[in-house]
Design a protein around this ligand. Structure first.
Ligand SMILES: [Zn+2]
Length: 214
């Protein structure tokens, strides 16, 4: 069950076609599985249409706009999970990778962590795009993020001090967030992350790992 959703600004940028290809993929993967966010996108689109229609007669102040966005976000927080909608036609990730996640050429990084850099599947994009796999029950070393990292859980679940993130949950981490994720459940946890800058390790393995983290 999806409990962690993209914020309204990201959804609006997605709907407007302003996101980079890897960011849009993260949102699309989430939307395919989250009827709640699909309805938020509809609401935002209607709002956008109204604003376009009324321009330049009425201009909405930034405060008013922010309050509408936060209202939409609040509704996300309190609404019960709606019924699961029919599954999407083609999984965009499978279309991109063309194979089973388990059979990808994973690179073992340290202990329980494996990574696969798929940046080259997005030619012309500035961000680094990586798949990360944390073995079932495994722990990742403590780290912060130098820039912004947008992550969606593709399989399994992980937990950190902010909570448990299940399949199709969406999380954005910044340089303010130091965390030490642990894979929970009996499956390997596989995530897709779009990084605007490389992660910075803060724990004892820093020196050992840094050559592998660009
Ligand atoms: Zn959602």
């Amino acid at each position: 069950m999806t409990r962690h959703h993209p914020d309204s600004v990201s959804l609006m940028e997605y709907a407007a076609g302003n996101l980079s290809e890897p960011h849009a993929l993260c949102i699309k993967l989430h939307l395919d599985k989250c009827p709640l966010c699909r309805s938020r996108v509809d609401t935002l689109n209607s709002l956008g249409a109204v604003m376009m229609e009324q321009q330049p007669k009425v201009s909405m102040s930034n405060d008013m706009f922010d309050s509408i966005l936060s209202k939409i976000d609040d509704e996300t927080a309190i609404t019960d999970e709606p019924e699961i909608a029919p599954a999407p036609r083609v999984n965009p990730l499978q279309k991109l990778l063309g194979e089973n996640l388990a059979s990808l050429p994973w690179k073992r990084q340290l202990g329980d962590v494996s990574v696969l850099d798929i940046t080259d599947r997005f030619p012309g994009q500035k961000e680094q795009v990586v798949l990360q796999k944390l073995a079932a029950g495994g722990k990742a070393p403590a780290h912060t993020h130098r820039g912004e990292e947008t992550t969606i859980v593709l399989q399994g679940a992980f937990a950190d001090q902010k909570g448990v993130f299940n399949q199709w949950d969406f999380v954005v981490l910044t340089d303010k967030d130091e965390h030490k994720p642990v894979a929970v459940g009996c499956e390997d946890c596989i995530t897709l992350s779009v990084l605007s800058a490389p992660v910075k390790l803060t724990g004892t393995f820093t020196r050992m790992l840094n050559p592998f983290i660009r």
